[in-house]
Design a protein around this ligand. Structure first.
Ligand SMILES: C[S@@+](CC[C@H](N)C(=O)[O-])C[C@H]1O[C@@H](n2cnc3c(N)ncnc32)[C@H](O)[C@@H]1O
Length: 265
């Protein structure tokens, strides 16, 4: 039987990932830096990707561990680290692993799953295992922050849509003009899984063109569902926010839960 393809790990587009500079990928960095500044002790980012968030946290002086399943994303992370001063590089520790199955044998003051990465876990068992791993690795008074997008309404088949443009930018490293679009391919309403495809059109300085397609498979959550999942898996929720500017959860396009381990009493 052919090996099952690992999904949601940006295998064909990792080197294009950091070109995405929409507000949502800029606004969360100061938000996570602020929480890192509040804690004493190391920080763990699950599904750390290319280090978009983890590198600024490390550069601010924190010891950071990053776990990600994707070799190409971690390779990109390592190449970004390589040009940084050695004292910054030495504060970073990377592990290639599934976020629902890892053991770092240490406790963390802050654990984050940024930019909707938890949605890559589409099965209930994996979601629970991941939250159990977070609990196991969280210091007694540690903070856990998780973010998913807020569905704009009760989703139905009208979620499925033709291709539309996300952004266009010239890659400063290669001079390639990159146009990113996406197609909303399919939705499974029973399992609450969406199947978008990210599409990259590359226009190279030598005149050649390339098209790269990254199919994704993401679980979506309504606000009450994620809240219940966290409460049922050993967390107390200490803050609920709707965006990185700290607006109330009901007023924002994101669902952000700041949690602690459930107190034993
Ligand atoms: C949207 S990216 C976010 C990366 C980074 N956290 C950021 O904010 O830029 C999602 C990341 O989740 C990773 N990922 C997907 N499934 C995973 C899994 N089961 N375990 C660990 N990482 C996973 C992907 O490789 C990718 O790096």
């Amino acid at each position: 039987m052919p090996a099952k393809r690992k999904k949601n790990i940006f295998n064909v587009s990792a080197n294009l990932y950091d070109l995405d500079e929409r507000n949502v990928t800029l606004d969360d960095i100061p938000f996570y830096l602020e929480y890192a500044s509040r804690v004493q002790g190391p920080v763990l980012e699950l599904a750390c990707g290319t280090g978009r968030v983890a590198i600024p946290i490390t550069a601010a002086g924190h010891e950071v561990w990053g776990v990600d399943l994707s070799d190409p994303m971690l390779d990109r992370f390592r190449s970004k680290l390589a040009v940084l001063p050695s004292e910054v590089r030495e504060r970073v520790h990377l592990l290639q692993s599934d976020m629902s199955d890892f053991n770092l044998e240490r406790k963390f003051a802050l654990i984050i799953i940024a930019f909707r990465s938890f949605q890559a876990l589409t099965g209930a068992e994996k979601q629970k295992q991941c939250l159990a791993r977070v609990r196991e690795h969280l210091a007694d008074d540690g903070i856990f922050i998780i973010n998913v997008f807020r569905p704009f309404a009760m989703l139905d088949q009208s979620w499925v849509k033709e291709e539309s443009l996300d952004w266009e930018v010239t890659d400063p490293e290669t001079g390639i003009l990159v146009r990113r679009t996406h197609i909303r391919k399919k939705i499974d309403l029973r399992k609450q899984i969406i199947y978008p495809e990210l599409i990259y059109y590359l226009y190279k300085p030598d005149g050649s063109e390339e098209k790269i397609v990254e199919p994704l498979e993401l679980k979506y959550y309504y606000e009450a569902q994620l809240r219940e999942l966290l409460l049922a898996n050993g967390f107390d929720i200490v803050e609920e926010l709707g965006y990185y500017d700290r607006r109330p959860i009901i007023e924002g396009p994101e669902l952000i839960f700041v949690c602690k381990r459930k107190s034993r009493n």
